[in-house]
Design a binder for this molecule. Structure first.
Ligand SMILES: *Cc1c(COP(=O)(O)O)cnc(C)c1O
Length: 350
């Protein structure tokens, strides 16, 4: 606390990211990909590491937006990029949500949403997940200043189908619906194609998870060109150069390496299904996941204790001390060896 802080700063409760430990721990806590990104991406970053760093990067990220547009099957005018999808989301809250009515998002979802709402002075209401921890989109059909949810949801991994999202969009034509597809490549169905049918749909994606580039900070949004223009207006009122030269070069090469991407997603999904079965064998209740993590409840429900016991054994997972989910652990799918470390540590608990 300082008397120099603005009233806004004093009122904030910032997002708390998962720990990035200095010690040698088996790190299954922040949903990073457990293996190296595309070697073509790393080479492109190396190739951009030269005297051209003297110059500012392309403020519009024209080539990167074209690469994203190609992968997504849309036009460049329908693509926005930012310094990680967290920054994209911040601009979305500022540019596209209406302050007159409460924003709606699930009671259990990405914990950055309430943080951005507070930062930008937006009122919000949370909508409970159903008893199976699924987002029930029928429950969002009421007056709102915008709707946002993650699909697959975080930290549950549970997915909703594109048909349900299309119904919501049709029933909610007057405010923007944002679908945060951070994990979609691990088994969800992207609704990017629906942006041509619904001018109020914005889809947010990231290269941090399925492309294995969390350290590069590249996120994107797809939507009607008028929504994208709104985001650009905010971006150019905040930071004209959110993506540096290395990030733009690396991201383009990563998007072009389709072979690496397909193999990596496939391997991850196989590991996820194997790990889920191993956890169920050990008495865990595991929600069906379409993401690169599992949300799992030990049979006795004391997840905080298991979290601490695992940490003592060098395995770091994530526990949220929040109502409804405090009996669960969120476990990132690691390499087979990392998952085995987790399983061995659990067996050691007896
Ligand atoms: C990881 C994550 C993000 C943020 O990703 P960055 O692109 O690394 O900022 C956004 N939304 C959800 C649901 C996430 O899990």
């Amino acid at each position: 606390m300082s008397r120099f802080w603005s009233p806004l700063v004093a009122s904030l409760s910032p997002y708390v990211p998962g720990e990035q430990p200095k010690a040698q721990l088996t790190k299954l806590n922040t949903n990073e990909l457990p293996w190296a990104p595309s070697s073509r991406a790393l080479e492109a970053i190396g190739g951009a590491n030269n005297e051209s760093l003297r110059l500012y990067p392309d403020p519009e990220s024209v080539d990167l937006r074209a690469a994203l547009a190609k992968v997504a099957g849309v036009s460049s005018a329908e693509v926005f990029v930012g310094n990680g999808s967290d920054e994209v989301l911040a601009h979305v809250f500022r540019a596209l949500f209406q302050p007159r009515r409460p924003l709606l998002f699930p009671d259990i979802s990405y914990s950055f949403y309430p943080v951005y709402a507070a930062l930008f002075g937006l009122d919000y209401e949370t909508v409970p997940l159903d008893d199976d921890f699924a987002v029930q989109l029928e429950d969002y059909q009421r007056p709102n200043g915008g709707i946002i949810f993650a699909n697959p949801n975080a930290p549950t991994g549970v997915v909703v189908g594109a048909a349900a999202i299309a119904s919501l969009l049709a029933a909610n034509p007057d405010t923007v619906v944002v679908v945060d597809e951070a994990y979609v490549d691990f088994g969800g169905e992207s609704v990017v194609p629906l942006i041509h049918k619904f001018s109020n749909l914005l889809v947010v994606q990231t290269l941090s998870k399925s492309r294995g580039l969390a350290g590069l900070r590249v996120g994107a949004a797809f939507g009607d060109a008028a929504l994208i223009e709104g985001l650009q207006r905010v971006k150019d009122s905040f930071n004209s150069y959110p993506l540096d030269r290395l990030a733009q070069a690396g991201a383009i090469a990563a998007l072009e390496d389709v072979g690496w991407f397909n193999d990596s997603c496939q391997r991850l999904i196989e590991l996820r299904e194997w790990l889920a079965a191993e956890l169920r064998d050990r008495g865990f209740g595991v929600l069906p996941s379409a993401a690169n993590f599992l949300f799992a409840r030990p049979d006795h429900g004391d997840a905080a204790k298991v979290f601490a016991q695992l940490r003592e054994r060098g395995v770091l997972v994530r526990h949220f001390a929040k109502p409804r989910i405090d009996e669960f652990l969120r476990i990132t799918v690691g390499t087979r060896e990392e998952c085995q470390c987790l399983l061995d540590a659990l067996d050691d608990l007896g």
